[in-house]
Write a protein that binds this ligand. Structure first.
Ligand code: PLP
Ligand code: TYF
Length: 396
């Protein structure tokens, strides 16, 4: 039966993890996968999460099936975070939100629904993008192409190219946009540029699919959500996937969501009914724990404040590590101006290092980043920063 099955390539990022785990170099540093570690190199278990879990354990609840679209309080909390609790889309009831298995699950529910809705549409992702965007939309049956995004020479976004790509897209094309903290480059477009993107999406009748995997890691929860308001103000219907993997440090609980903004409450009810079919035929209904924790935190003013504080601490620490990286590289003798690292935002830095340099970093120094030169600055800390800087300086 399986003789003709070919060996599939490893996931480029998760494959690196395996290689890192097998590395015996005691000085090794994993800047490959996008995971936030604290200054002690530990994966945080947020205080707000611990407090919510403690309260949940004090009154243990039975584990019946959840509704297909998940915990109602969770879905409501997601709507509030994404659109604003008192926003018109939420109060008018024209947002359909379903709990998803991580942000990836939210993306896949949206992709499967879109395949029914627009079977012949093409999908555009940024060049480059999170690799799973291409794989996920391809597996959902779409032809996936790219829109211009990264400009290596300029160390920033090729915005004219991005706009030209969008303006050249056929009506109905699905455009996957990183709402904030672009993965992998770390370069976001400005608020004024977002206005132009929104205008292009509207003028060309494109379908926007916003991926929000890092809300709160850029400038703050509300600040990072500003782009959503721009699409709402333009009167567009669109998709938003949410991930709490990073913002709650709940990676393995697989907590995410999909929200679809519709024209009316009645339309949202019809869309929701279709999203439920996608879910029902894939995994029936989502797991309880992660969604219950997030709903408990977001639904309690004290815990929510604690979450915002802890998320703020992660955000501030990442920014401090960016500055330390710039300063450390200079001190280690790197001649080139590396200050672009502090103009990037979120968990990643596109370092501009070549594949050869990244391979040397890995093999000679045990410093792991992707072949594309992406490094997770959220995994730097006061103990490994000097070693990382010295290692990069040697390969440069
Ligand atoms: N979208 C982007 C841009 C990401 O970087 C990630 C990474 O985790 C995801 C989606 C998926 O998030 P999750 O781990 O919650 O599935
Ligand atoms: O880009 C990253 O590193 C994170 C983690 O298939 C990740 O988004 C990487 C690969 C993958 C799932 C998550």
């Amino acid at each position: 039966l399986f003789t003709a099955v070919e060996m599939a390539p490893r996931d480029p990022i998760l494959g690196l993890n395996e290689q890192f785990n097998a590395d015996t170099n005691p000085a090794k540093v994993n800047l490959g996968v996008g995971v936030y570690f604290d200054d002690n190199g530990k994966l945080p278990l947020l205080q707000c999460v611990q407090a919510a879990e403690k309260a949940m354990m004090a009154t243990p609840s039975p584990r019946g099936y959840l509704p297909i679209d998940g915990i109602a309080a969770y879905d409501a909390a997601v709507k509030g975070l994404v659109f604003g609790a008192d926003s018109e889309p939420v109060t008018s009831g024209r947002v359909a939100t379903v709990q998803g298995i991580g942000g990836t699950g939210g993306l896949k529910i949206g992709a499967d629904f879109l395949k029914h809705l627009k079977p012949n549409a093409k999908v555009l992702i940024s060049d480059p993008s999170w690799e799973n965007h291409r794989a996920l939309f391809t597996e959902a049956g779409f032809t996936v192409d790219t829109y211009a995004y990264y400009d290596a020479a300029k160390r920033g976004v090729n915005f004219d190219g991005m706009l030209a790509s969008l303006n050249a897209a056929a009506p109905g094309t699905i455009v996957v946009l990183h709402a904030c903290c672009h993965n992998p480059t770390g370069y976001d477009i400005t608020a004024a540029q977002w206005d132009q993107v929104v205008a292009a999406v509207k003028a060309k009748d494109l379908v926007a699919f916003l991926d929000m995997a890092y809300q709160g890691f850029g400038y703050g929860i509300a600040e990072d959500g500003v782009v959503i308001g721009k699409f709402v103000a333009a009167g567009l219907d669109f998709f938003v996937s949410t991930s709490f993997s990073k913002s709650f440090s709940l990676y393995g609980e697989r907590v995410g969501a999909l929200s679809v903004l519709c024209e009316s409450k009645e339309e949202a009810a019809r869309v929701l009914s279709q999203l439920k079919i996608v879910i029902r035929t894939n995994y029936s209904n989502p797991p309880i724990h992660g969604g219950a924790v997030v709903a408990a935190v977001l639904g309690n003013p004290e815990l929510r404040a604690l979450w915002e504080q802890e998320l703020g601490e992660m955000r501030v620490r990442i920014k401090a590590m960016r500055q330390k990286l710039v300063d450390g590289l200079k001190a280690a003798g790197v001649q080139q101006d590396m200050s672009f690292i502090t103009t990037q935002i979120g968990m990643f830095s596109y370092s501009g290092l070549s594949k050869d340099q990244m391979v040397r970093l890995r093999n000679e120094f045990g410093v792991y980043g992707t072949d594309t030169g992406r490094m997770c600055v959220a995994a730097l800390n006061s103990k490994n920063i000097d070693y990382v800087c010295a290692s990069i300086a040697k390969v440069m």
